[in-house]
Design a binder for this molecule. Structure first.
Ligand code: F6R
Length: 261
């Protein structure tokens, strides 16, 4: 795992957007896996800026989102469809037919989940998966105790996640209880992973994910099994990492390291 620690959220977001832009510049028809939530907002804003000011092209890009709340229509202001449209898609030149987001309103969730997995494979698999992390260590909506081999399916949200996400709704009772989510196994098949976290409230989850044992109780810890993960953290989120001096040393020595390091 590469651990990149930035002083601020803005620096972290720029580093994340730069990694996405680098991929798109070398592979214009890349397949991106995308996350919602507060964490990637700065990176999406920066990608929009690079698109507008430097011409970053999304015309051949395909995207697959991680998850969606069950029961929310696409135009619900808290749906992840709405979030992605407002914060990224309406500002860039991605063709709407290249955008895939799990349906929260399908009448056949089992068939939809199987189709979503099939569509990812048919598009050649995900080149770069952007991830945030829940305060309970979840990636996508793979709550503690989710199988590390899980595939796209319905999950019941943990009470902690419902409480964390209540800030986006008028009241906690409005937060959906179920979500459709890519599984940990689905995520681990991405060719590379960009794991983002900011804020002190994520420090425990980040430390457990990067330095703790691999366990279904912290599904982000499964990323330790993946050969190509970059963790972009701001300083508060990195605050509980035991090996922080080593990560900083690696960052410092990176420019002179042999190619491929
Ligand atoms: C969202 C998602 C979730 C969030 C996580 C952190 O698509 O997959 O795992 O990344 O809940 O959310 P924020 O960024 O709002 O703290």
């Amino acid at each position: 795992m590469e651990v990149i620690i930035s002083e601020t959220y803005e620096d972290m977001s720029r580093a994340a957007a730069k990694a996405v832009a680098k991929l798109l510049n070398s592979k214009p028809n890349a397949v991106l896996g995308l996350a919602t939530g507060s964490t990637p907002l700065g990176a999406y804003k920066e990608l929009v800026r690079i698109h507008k000011n430097e011409g970053l092209d999304f015309s051949q890009v395909t995207t697959f989102n991680l998850d969606e709340y069950v029961g929310l229509k696409k135009d619900h202001p808290q749906s992840y469809h709405y979030f992605m449209h407002e914060n990224l898609f309406k500002h860039i030149n991605i063709p709407p037919q290249n955008v895939y987001i799990p349906s929260g309103t399908t009448d056949n969730f089992v068939a939809f989940c199987a189709w979503y997995e099939k569509r990812i494979r048919e598009c050649g698999g995900i080149d770069l998966q952007v991830l945030g992390v829940g305060s309970d260590g979840h990636i996508a909506f793979n709550e503690p105790s989710s199988s590390l081999g899980s595939r796209t399916r319905i999950k019941t949200l943990a009470r902690q996640t419902i409480a964390d996400n209540a800030r986006f709704f008028d009241k906690i009772a409005d937060v959906p209880i179920y979500a459709i989510t890519m599984g940990v196994g689905t995520i681990l098949e991405a060719r590379s992973i960009l794991f983002l976290a900011n804020g002190e409230h994520k420090a425990d989850a980040v430390a457990a994910a990067i330095e703790g044992p691999v366990t279904s109780m912290i599904t982000a810890s499964a990323l330790q099994l993946h050969p190509d993960v970059s963790c972009c953290l701001d300083r508060p989120a990195a605050g509980k990492l035991k090996m922080i001096d080593y990560y900083k040393w690696v960052q410092e020595k990176h420019p002179s390291a042999p190619q491929g390091t």
